[in-house]
Ligand binder design. Sequence first.
Ligand code: AMP
Ligand code: GLY
Length: 409
Amino acid sequence: MRVLVVGSGAREHALCLALAADPAVTSLACAPGNAGTAAVAEQHPLDVADPAAVAALALSLGAEFVVIGPEVPLVAGAADAVRAAGIPCFGPSREAAQLEGSKAFAKDVMAAAGVPTARAFVCTTPEQASAALDEFGPPYVVKDDGLAAGKGVVVTDDRAAALAHAALCPRVVIEEYLDGPEVSLFCITDGTAIVPLIPAQDFKRVFDGDEGPNTGGMGAYAPLPWLPEGTVDHVVAAVARPTIDEMARRGIPFAGVLYVGLAMTARGPRVIEFNARFGDPETQVVLALLETPIAGLLLAAANGSLAAEPPLRWREGSAVTVVLAAAGYPEAPRAGDVITGSDAPGVLHAGTRRRDDGAVVSSGGRVLCATASGETLADARAAAYDVLGAVTLAGGHYRGDIAEAAARA
Ligand code: AMP
Ligand code: GLY
């Protein structure tokens, strides 16, 4: 099978490596890709935000299956365009991707489906925002309704900062603060059957000790040794199942991966957000532990035959990934710095490109991540930091405490 992966992050590099390892995949392309994906897949330029361009590339390459990584093409309708061209595609339709594309839409689906989440108000004026902030009190949670590349959410005790963020966005969701550790659970679905992967944890803040602004994610680990037994089954039954059923009831079935972002509160798991795609960097650790060949699984989700798939097989042990970010990330990442050591095993590329002189240089905020697995979480953590230690990037920074607390417990 000839497969095209759309995207250019470390998630897509991890997907490319997993697909390349699947005997069912005979050839692999990635567009637009990065310096890392170029080593495992043919590379093609692509404007991922243009659905017609995605479909045209898939046709011109003779792709038999397309896997779409990021949210921007999904929300733009790239999966619909690929399917309309007669090619199976992993990724929800434009309408179904609204579960990620509009936080207000996601809240409406959750309310209709009885899914546990933070109480929230959708606000379009400063007066509404002000009233909503006072209803909940601090810490204030203000979310841009639309896609914002991981930067649309402000959590703060500063009422003026909360109001200022609301004023910058045409429509915001203001919601109750959820207290508790976060869990990301990816549920593969064909619109009916649901197959959960193993839960992972992401580190959203830029600095050690969860300090500084939110980012797209600075590191992750899986599985979660502290998670109570039965949590995955509970979340599938209480969150994924009613959500997938509600989408089907509305005539907009969701097929692809439903990313359930949860806070484990004292009152039980509560949904923080839905995404319509694999998480980055969590995918890097989840796929590091998945033994089942991935192409068949994703194709079954695209073709509506997920229920017939055998149970997933997982490797023993744990996996950790640590993100190396560019100088100035997340506010103003600097591009064009030379990277050395990035072709080592375990390095997954994100914002990288190969210059004409052959050097690999940075081209985005999250530049690459170092991923490793090990028998214990402590082993995996040590191995991931070893991989990262052999990479250099001027001004690059990373968190030193990814999975530290969980490995110590
Ligand atoms: P989101 O883009 O919705 O995932 O939000 C980004 C991050 O903001 C989450 O990973 C949380 O760390 C934080 N966050 C979002 N919503 C809440 C909430 N209701 N309570 C506490 N933290 C939140
Ligand atoms: N790791 C967070 C995300 O992918 O949205």
